[in-house]
Design a protein around this ligand. Structure first.
Ligand code: TRP
Length: 333
């Protein structure tokens, strides 16, 4: 039996943070044996909103690769590959752009949201608007059927499947499979400031490589319930970042339930809950930090992992591109 294929990836715009861990890295770790897994270092997609800063995009390739390896992605079971060195992805993107309209791209909720938060106004880079077609190329080039991602990526998988259906109907056969997004039940982790999204650029994230002091400082600064002034006061857990993180990372669900009830009743101070969270995050990140520090002393090894993975991915994606071109019935020389 061949295993189902997973393709996911991350824009290389900076080191990954605990939001990535809760959002998709944990799922990717769990799938290493049951699936054939590819992880894409998405540097060309990173360029769609960082064209002014290719240096950052380049530097972040190693950072993200280090994060993958540090959390336990095993390169003998998962193939790590570099987007810009897979020409079939670019070629498929160009083809797919003919199977999607500008208005559909503009209606994609993720794109709409990102255009707003990036403040592009009317100056939207064409590559940015069109990256859903490129992401469809990423996913389909590997014939992936499973895509573990954060909830913000769901509209991109939906749009991928629309393109897949158009290609298949034009080719009059099932050239490409549709994909399913695997999204964690817990939902998205807010930033430490309470903003809806933890982001590398927003200064509200805890990187996987954070030092013990950085972790403690972030927990101290965390947004809680601004009306919970005295310990005896009833507190609110909705929108309370500390409780959101406990829900995501505390394995003792009963304890979290009790703490939640007590906080809501009144009689539980922020300091106590923060202390618990601090301990949990320290424990989660300590082994990751150690491993990351070891690996970063051996960049040649990390480079080798990326090189070998990209080679494997190149064959795979070229084969799919040839099939798509053939079945669309284009001229062959
Ligand atoms: N869009 C993803 C992000 O913002 C990165 C990405 C690129 C991706 N290609 C992908 C995710 C394919 C899943 C599948 O980080």
């Amino acid at each position: 039996m061949t295993k189902p294929v997973i393709l996911t990836g991350d824009r290389t715009t900076g080191p990954l943070h605990i939001g990535h861990y809760a959002g998709s890295l944990a799922n990717r770790l769990a799938y290493q044996d049951s699936h054939e897994q590819f992880l894409l270092l998405a540097d060309t997609q990173a360029l769609t909103d960082n064209a002014h800063n290719p240096e950052k995009v380049r530097r972040s390739v190693m950072e993200v690769a280090l994060d993958y390896l540090a959390v336990g992605i095993d390169p003998t079971r998962t193939t790590i590959c570099l987007q810009s060195h897979l020409p079939a992805l670019a070629e498929l993107s160009m083809l797919y752009l003919n199977f999607v309209t500008v208005s559909r791209l503009e209606r994609n909720p993720t794109i709409k949201d990102e255009i707003r938060t990036r403040g592009f106004g009317r100056d939207i880079p064409a590559g940015f608007l069109c990256y859903p077609a490129a992401q469809a190329a990423d996913i389909t080039a590997f014939k992936a059927t499973v895509v573990p991602v954060g909830d913000d990526q769901a509209p991109l998988i939906e749009q991928t499947n629309e393109i897949v259906r158009r290609i298949n109907s034009t080719a009059n056969r099932k050239v490409l499979p549709e994909a399913v997004a695997v999204i964690p039940k817990a939902g998205r982790l807010p930033g430490i400031d309470g903003k809806a999204k933890m982001s590398k650029s927003g200064g509200n994230a805890i990187p996987l490589s954070a030092s013990p002091d950085q972790i403690s400082a972030a927990v101290k600064a965390m947004f809680t319930d601004p009306n919970h002034l005295r310990v005896e006061d009833p507190g609110q857990v909705e929108g309370n970042v500390v409780f959101a993180y406990l829900d995501a990372f505390d394995e003792d669900k009963n304890a979290v339930e009790e703490l939640t009830a007590k906080y809501q009743r009144g009689g539980l101070g922020d300091g106590v809950v923060k202390k618990r969270l601090d301990g949990i995050l320290q424990e989660l990140l300590a082994p990751i930090r150690t491993r990351r520090a070891q690996l970063s002393k051996d960049p040649a090894y990390v480079l080798d992992v990326i090189r070998k993975g990209t080679e494997i991915a190149r064959d795979r994606t070229n084969a799919t591109k040839r099939e798509v071109v053939e079945h669309l019935g284009l001229f062959r020389l």
